[in-house]
Ligand binder design. Structure first.
Ligand code: 4M4
Length: 163
């Protein structure tokens, strides 16, 4: 786990959805969704379960205030990821409600999950290819600290984003 903590990654799922995660510490991630059904959503301090399955392969799992459940396997030596996302029915029907800096809208996520329908859930499962990986150290609040914009991931990959 030592090497994995502090890792920032950008990866693109086979359906084209581009995601970014920062493994902030043993039980916390920050993430930013650059494109896809809920592109524009970003989250800090999501509490997660994290386990090393075998050398170089880590599973990160969590349940969100929206009711969305996520389980992602990071295969660091292959540069690949496998993600499973269990969306409540309401997120698939009203994805725009979840497209925000979630930390400022926790009460809206909780009221929406009661107001709208949960079932049947919408399960999305895909492999992804890692397009950027860097260990930036633990507990860094600057890695994911603003909303995405067109071109951000290219800037991160080219090294021009963080100055
Ligand atoms: C729903 C959030 C979600 C789903 C899949 C992911 O790979 C992810 O990484 C940050 C986040």
């Amino acid at each position: 786990m030592k090497n994995f903590i502090g890792t920032q990654m950008i990866y693109t799922y086979a359906n084209g959805w581009e995601y970014e995660i920062y493994i902030k510490n043993e039980d916390t991630v920050d993430y930013r969704i650059h494109s896809g059904m809920v592109g524009g959503r970003w989250v800090k301090d999501q509490k997660v379960d994290m386990v090393k399955l075998v050398e170089g392969i880590y599973k990160v799992s969590w349940t969100e205030p929206t009711g969305t459940d996520v389980c992602v396997d990071f295969m660091m030596d292959e540069g690949r990821v496998h993600g499973v996302i269990f969306f409540p029915k309401w997120v698939e029907e009203h994805p725009e409600i979840t497209v925000c800096y979630q930390n400022d809208y926790i009460d809206l996520m909780k009221s929406s999950r009661e107001k709208y329908e949960t079932y049947p859930k919408h399960v999305v499962t895909h492999y992804a290819e890692i397009t950027y990986v860097k260990n930036v150290g633990r507990d860094n609040e600057e890695i994911i600290s603003q909303a995405t914009y067109e071109g951000m991931t290219d800037e991160i990959r080219s090294g021009s984003f963080y100055r």
